[in-house]
Design a protein around this ligand. Structure first.
Ligand code: URA
Length: 243
């Protein structure tokens, strides 16, 4: 059961506030009867009309997408660049990405048409871990990686403790692959963290999002999340654990 104003807002007819206004003005009917009570809840089988026009109620969909580099994490781009929803030509629901990845960053994102779920994951009560693999220009010494893990000072404040692991070093090419797990989601955070210890990130991939990983997906691929995975993500965001 959802609140009437939410159903109208989710259908994209009006903002939640405008929807409330429409309800109060007597312009909304539920099963043929005018409803002016703001708290009214409706189920999927209730027929909602706004100014005589039936409200289409989309089924909620949830996708795990492996964003390639060179794609904007948005549903449209004013410069005409490729956007994540270009990879979903056969999905009719109006999906959008939760959170963002830089244009040059590849890796996992979730797309959905469920605004409430998106808010929950974008602003979880308990922070969700995201694991990145960064290729950096140079080979950071151990004490610098320890600094990264402890938290570095950025212009928007010190970063929370992170898990940091050196995966490999290429001495000939003078570069290293470092895995870093963070639970904050600041703009360009991983790139800025490495800059703070004196390294440039040349390539960045988000390899895990909570318990979800890229295994079985190539860049540009997506799959539907299972109902169980959606439930687990909700539980993680709300309680911080899967129990
Ligand atoms: N950190 C970054 O620097 N970029 C991203 O896209 C994600 C995390």
């Amino acid at each position: 059961m959802d609140r009437l104003q939410k159903v109208i807002a989710q259908a994209g007819i009006a903002s939640r506030r405008k929807a409330e206004q429409l309800i109060e003005e007597g312009k909304v009917k539920v099963n043929g009867k005018i409803v002016t009570e703001l708290g009214t809840k409706v189920s999927a089988s209730d027929k909602v009309e706004v100014e005589g026009i039936p409200v289409e109620r989309e089924r909620k969909v949830y996708y795990l997408f492996y964003k390639p580099r060179g794609v904007i994490s948005a549903v449209e781009d004013d410069k005409g660049r490729k956007v994540v929803t270009d990879y979903f030509p056969f999905v009719e629901e109006r999906i959008f990405p939760i959170g963002r990845l830089d244009y040059d960053t590849s890796g996992l994102m979730i797309l959905t048409n469920d605004g409430e779920f998106a808010n929950l994951l974008a602003h979880p009560r308990y922070k969700i871990e995201k694991t990145y693999v960064a290729r950096v220009n140079g080979i950071p010494q151990r004490h610098l990686l320890k600094r990264l893990a402890a938290g570095v000072e950025l212009e928007d404040g010190k970063t929370a403790p992170a898990k940091v692991k050196e995966l490999s070093v290429d001495k000939k090419k003078g570069r290293a692959l470092i895995e870093i797990t963070i639970h904050e989601g600041r703009n360009r955070q991983v790139r800025r963290m490495f800059e703070a210890i004196g390294f440039q990130v040349q390539k960045l991939k988000r390899e895990r999002f909570a318990f979800l990983h890229t295994k079985g997906l190539n860049a540009g691929d997506y799959r539907e999340l299972t109902a169980h995975e959606v439930k687990q993500l909700r539980t993680l965001a709300e309680t911080g654990s899967l129990r």
